[in-house]
Design a protein around this ligand. Sequence first.
Ligand code: HEM
Length: 324
Amino acid sequence: MPSHTTPCIVVLSCLLLLLSLSQCQGLLSPTFYNKTCPNALNIIRTGVNQAVSRERRMAASLIRLHFHDCFVQGCDASILLDETPTMESEKTALPNLGSARGYEVIDDIKHELETSCPGIVSCADVLSVAARDASVAVGGPSWTVKLGRRDSTKANHTIAETLPGPFDNLDTLISSFANKGLYARDLVALSGAHTIGQAQCFLFRDRIYDNGTDIDAGFASTRRRQCPKNTGNGQLAPLDVVTPNSFDNNYYKNLLQKKGLLQSDQVLFSGEGTHSIVLEYARSPQLFEADFASAMIKMSEIQPLTGQNGIIRKVCGAALHSSI
Ligand code: HEM
């Protein structure tokens, strides 16, 4: 081989490496819609703020919707697809059925976006920005959302059935987050979203009736009043018993007092690997907010569809292209 070809090969390999790196990571950008839909972020924020001022709990529901989207084949808005004769939806999977909320808020925002700039903004990006705006709307942290996710054409009901559940033990929780590239610290920070929102009685009934040592007796007895042993499956209780409507670190302080509502909340404090992280967040609201924001960014970048992959849906509930 002539000696002058060696540097050329090295330069070429470097260029190819850079290209593949940028294809893996660099396609999401905070300015993705600046030219194509400059008003996109305002439209989403206005829609979220209106929805949260109508019903404060909606902030919680929107944050959870993003989580349940990203954990099932990545942040691709697959959770929003309606059932078709040939495709089971994620909406009807047990963790979502009668539980996930906020679909209509996202649909309305998407409708506004299609009026302003048809075929440009993905439903997956709407979910991600809405989760951030929902946090801000209830006093939580803000963060920069990178944009450019595209929407899937398919939902995955089977994976949605495996979303983390309230009866999971700590090892199971840690490994389901690890499967998505999230560490135990991310698990603890993200679970802090339970500083707002509500849960249905049948999801915490066992915990408040089993007279275990991992629950405060007074707290269990208060919760039993609205969650009878044999009825009232859908009766709601706040996930954060102290400040259910504001985004703060009381969720962690509650865990210290054995007042976590779900078993999957309380195990974060009783388990070895996460105990000290709960303590850190209970002591420092600033640290919690900073870590929550970083973990939300990580979660919102799980396996996005970018470039030529996926589509921009016309409406979020159906896999129809908005543009050709
Ligand atoms: C660690 C594993 C998790 C488990 C087992 C879990 C489980 C649950 C359950 C059972 C509910 C109540 C649902 C109902 O009653 O219908 C709930 C509510 C909620 N979850 Fe989680 N969750 C987890 C992690 C997360 C994460 C990572 C987030 C977001 C970053 C999140 C955000 C929320 C919010 C905000 C609510 C209240 C929703 C509302 O009021 O509409 N959760 N979660």
